[in-house]
Design a protein around this ligand. Structure first.
Ligand code: BGC
Length: 758
């Protein structure tokens, strides 16, 4: 009884939730029946804060214009508001804003609460003193799903404490195009990491089916294929064969939909020439029918207008509106005017959009609001307001930043450095907080220091705090692009009295299109600075704070140590200094392949045919030859892997295979370590991948300690998308690989399916 009690409780709770959901759906349905066309279309309309703000786009304190607010809420009956102009506001101001909006709702006929949405992609944004965690790329490096869960929970708490109940996260785009300016927002190049971490985040944000007063609705984004623009530039076209779409880009969304996600935001770009906002196939046939998504489909910024004036698939703005809504869009992030509202009303009156499509969209929107409890209490809840900015969130942010740190080089065990060393800190990111946090940090671009909390440290500050001012000097001035930061003569002079140079290079913060780049080479002045640092003859430790891999191929060989720090949030600087001086033993693993150059962008799960067949030119590598491979990351201790043990060398049908391996910490330091399991299909009906990550576990091992790690895999961990676009596992021989060990086994169909086959 003791053992089945938790199971019974779970069944009881999920039945209760189901019953509540059914009741909410019935209520939403009944409410829609009472609504006028204008009220329905209003619910489908989302505007930005500037539309209701005093002074519009030049608003600085969040304050609302009562006339504009009435126009939005009462005259246009709008369903949702988002964002704020380029300012971070106190959480109390957010509560004021939400309160004023919901007060205005009282003046409407049906009093349907407005839902507010913000982009809390690595912690709450647009809010002073919110807690920022590593970007998804850094969270992926931690390989720690517990951290993903805890960070999402804190973000949800801070949003909800501010009265905001809709989060435009998590980003589930797969980072397979490192030039893309939103690479940092992804969980990297691997499907399994994206799926696992994405689902974990969804469940944490939407805890207890949104009934929990610390839950927020998610928006999975950006459905679908947004991350793979052919040119590398944001919002430019992707060309993705359907077989690849289903293998690499769709699974994350499929799993997150299964986990109950409440909304999905659509890719602003186009795939194979079809703008996703106009794709009935992707929105209705795949997302709704095949994946069974029941929630709200919201557009991205102005994207319905773009069907007319950028994609040229709709000859008028009204045709664009009808096209998008008929394709399956429920809500339009218009967001700067009421054009969508006016045009959709016209389109319905002219019979271009059916009332049943409108009712369907509105029912979904109302249901999401009901699930969130907005109909019971649309106001910021007093008893959760103190969930903002709590001390324990800071230590979680530090834990996450620690585990993101990925040590890529440690020649002659130069690291950790001695705390008595005389250190010169140089490079543009040494005196910057923005270059440690990246996009969506307090403001959209994340690049304005004035919005950062007063206690956010720069790398220089964190090192000074650790080592004492007498031991640390810097040649870096405030401001990433400050010319003084690249002054080679100053660097040479300062190096004379230093034992080691910590060189902080990479990227300042950017988001979306402002982050577009012609290529991934480090800016020339950074490379020049690195060469000058090397020429001093002092050991140089390169610290990279960047949202995507910038090429360091020319300078890496002469670096004594290289630490990849990503954009790891509020505690990046502390985490860097802890790793460099041995207060934290690094355990992050690269979630992408760090390329050597533009012409050598090959991903770890490549096909054997991606390797060149006849190598005639020594300058061209034969195949997968990144500077650092996917899954790479050093520790200050060493781990030894025993042989892989399988429960059987044959797997059949739906059976399970147990895979175990003994790991020993053979060094003299305690450490965390991620054990990754890959599989390979040796022969298949289409060229199989060389390997695919199928599972990982992160363990802690004391110096000298041994642990057995056990995985259970089944046929799904051997599957791929075949020529007929079906996910299949074909009988035959497979390999399972862990660390430097591998072992073979075979898979056969079950007797039952064999009988069915003949
Ligand atoms: C971005 C989205 C974001 C939206 C609202 C768009 O420009 O592409 O990711 O959710 O703005 O801020």
């Amino acid at each position: 009884m003791k053992n089945i009690l938790p199971v019974l409780i779970l069944i009881y709770c999920s039945n209760l939730l189901q019953a509540q959901n059914n009741a909410d759906k019935a209520k939403a349905f009944a409410l829609v029946k009472q609504m006028t066309l204008e009220e329905k279309v209003g619910q489908m309309t989302q505007v930005t804060h500037a539309v209701i703000a005093k002074g519009g786009w030049s608003n600085e304190d969040g304050s609302l214009d009562p006339v504009a607010l009435k126009n939005a809420v009462v005259n246009h009956k709008i369903g949702s508001i988002i964002n704020v102009t380029a300012h971070a506001l106190p959480d109390a101001q957010w509560r004021n804003i939400i309160t004023q909006i919901q007060d205005e709702v009282k003046n409407t006929r049906l009093k349907i609460p407005v839902i507010y949405g913000l982009d809390g992609i690595h912690g709450q944004t647009y809010t002073l003193n919110s807690t920022l965690f590593p970007q998804n790329i850094g969270m992926a490096a931690t390989r720690n799903v517990d951290l993903v869960k805890a960070a999402a929970k804190v973000t949800a708490k801070e949003l909800r404490a501010s009265g905001v109940r809709w989060n435009f996260a998590p980003v589930l785009d797969c980072g397979r195009q490192p030039q893309w300016s939103r690479f940092a927002e992804t969980y990297g190049e691997d499907v399994y990491i994206g799926k696992t971490m994405g689902v974990t985040a969804v469940k944490a944000y939407e805890e207890d089916g949104l009934k929990n007063p610390t839950a927020v609705a998610v928006s999975l984004k950006h459905y679908l294929g947004y991350s793979m623009p052919r040119s590398g530039k944001d919002r430019t076209p992707a060309y993705i064969p359907e077989i690849e779409m289903r293998e690499y880009f769709l699974p994350q969304f499929r799993e997150a939909v299964k986990a109950g996600a409440s909304s999905v935001m659509v890719n602003s770009g186009e795939i194979n020439g079809v703008p996703v906002h106009a794709s009935k196939y992707l929105l209705t046939d795949v997302l709704r029918k095949e994946l069974g998504f029941e929630g709200v489909i919201v557009t991205d910024w102005e994207d319905i207008k773009r069907l007319n004036d950028r994609h040229f698939v709709a000859s008028t703005p009204r045709e664009a509106v009808a096209m998008a809504v008929n394709a399956g869009i429920d809500m339009s992030m218009v967001p700067s005017d009421y054009s969508f509202y006016d045009l959709l009303i016209e389109a319905v009156k002219k019979g271009e959009v059916s009332m049943s499509r409108i009712d369907d969209a509105v029912t979904r929107i109302l249901f999401m609001k009901m699930k969130l409890g907005l109909f019971d209490n649309p106001y910021p809840e007093k008893d959760v307001a103190n969930n903002f900015g709590r001390q324990e969130y800071q230590s979680l942010a530090l834990d996450a930043a620690h585990e993101a740190m990925t040590l890529l080089k440690n020649q002659d065990k130069i690291l950790p450095l001695s705390k008595t060393a005389k250190v010169l800190v140089a490079g543009p990111s040494a005196q910057s907080t923005t270059a440690l946090n990246g996009c969506w940090s307090y403001v959209w671009q994340g690049n304005q220091e004035q919005w950062y909390p007063a206690d956010s440290k720069t790398i220089f500050q964190a090192l000074t705090d650790k080592l004492g001012a007498a031991n640390v000097t810097t040649t870096t001035a405030k401001g990433f692009d400050n010319a003084a930061n690249y002054d080679i003569e100053k660097l040479k002079a300062a190096a004379v009295n230093s034992d080691v140079i910590i060189l902080c290079l990479g990227e300042n913060a950017y988001a979306e299109s402002p982050g577009n780049t012609r290529d991934l080479a480090l800016p020339q002045q950074q490379t020049d600075l690195a060469k000058a640092a090397i020429a001093t003859g002092k050991p140089v430790i390169l610290v990279l704070t960047e949202g995507r891999p910038r090429f360091i191929t020319d300078i890496a060989p002469q670096m004594k140590g290289i630490l990849m720090a990503y954009w790891s949030g509020k505690k990046t600087a502390e985490a860097i200094s802890d790793v460099l001086f041995g207060d934290y033993n690094p355990d992050g693993l690269l979630p992408f392949s760090y390329p050597k150059s533009m012409g050598e962008i090959v991903l770890y799960d490549r096909k054997p045919t991606e390797e060149v067949r006849e190598v005639f030119n020594d300058n061209i590598s034969g195949g997968y030859d990144p500077l650092f491979p996917f899954g790479f990351g050093l520790s200050y201790t060493t781990f030894e892997y025993g042989d892989i043990k399988l429960s059987s060398d044959k797997l059949a049908g739906n059976d399970k295979l147990t895979v175990s391996i003994v790991i020993k910490n053979t060094g003299d330091k305690n450490g965390k370590h991620t054990v990754e399991l890959y599989t390979r299909d040796l022969y298949a009906s289409i060229t199989p991948n060389i390997r695919r990550l199928r599972a990982f576990q992160k363990i802690s091992l004391k110096a000298g300690e041994t642990k057995t790690v056990t995985f259970t895999i089944d046929k799904n961990d051997l599957a791929f998308v075949n020529e007929k676009l079906r996910t299949v596992t074909e009988p035959g021989d497979f390999e399972v690989m862990i660390g430097d060990k591998k072992i073979r086994f075979s898979y056969s169909l079950s007797e039952k399916s064999l009988k069915q086959a003949f």
